[in-house]
Design a protein around this ligand. Structure first.
Ligand SMILES: [Zn+2]
Length: 79
């Protein structure tokens, strides 16, 4: 077995002991585990707030349509 039994904490990059005692594995400590959970939750919230962006981008277009209505802009006697 040449594979190293070491594992690095994804939060602080510290070596986390791979033993049954470490309940926070693969994190080095319960604190880092909380940090990861916090980050994960933040990401979830961010995704939920994403749909707001396209909505705000459509505002200028809607305003533009009011300023320049296509119906009046198009000549009816073109035919
Ligand atoms: Zn850590």
């Amino acid at each position: 077995m040449g594979a190293p039994s070491r594992f690095r904490c994804p939060i602080c990059a510290r070596e986390s002991g791979r033993r049954p005692e470490n309940r926070a594995f693969p994190f080095c400590s319960p604190q880092c585990k909380l940090v990861d959970l916090d980050r994960w939750l933040e990401g979830s919230y961010r995704v939920a707030g994403d749909p707001v962006e396209p909505s705000s981008m459509m505002e200028p277009e809607a305003l533009r349509g009011e300023e320049y209505p296509r119906r009046s802009d198009k000549p009816k006697g073109d035919e």
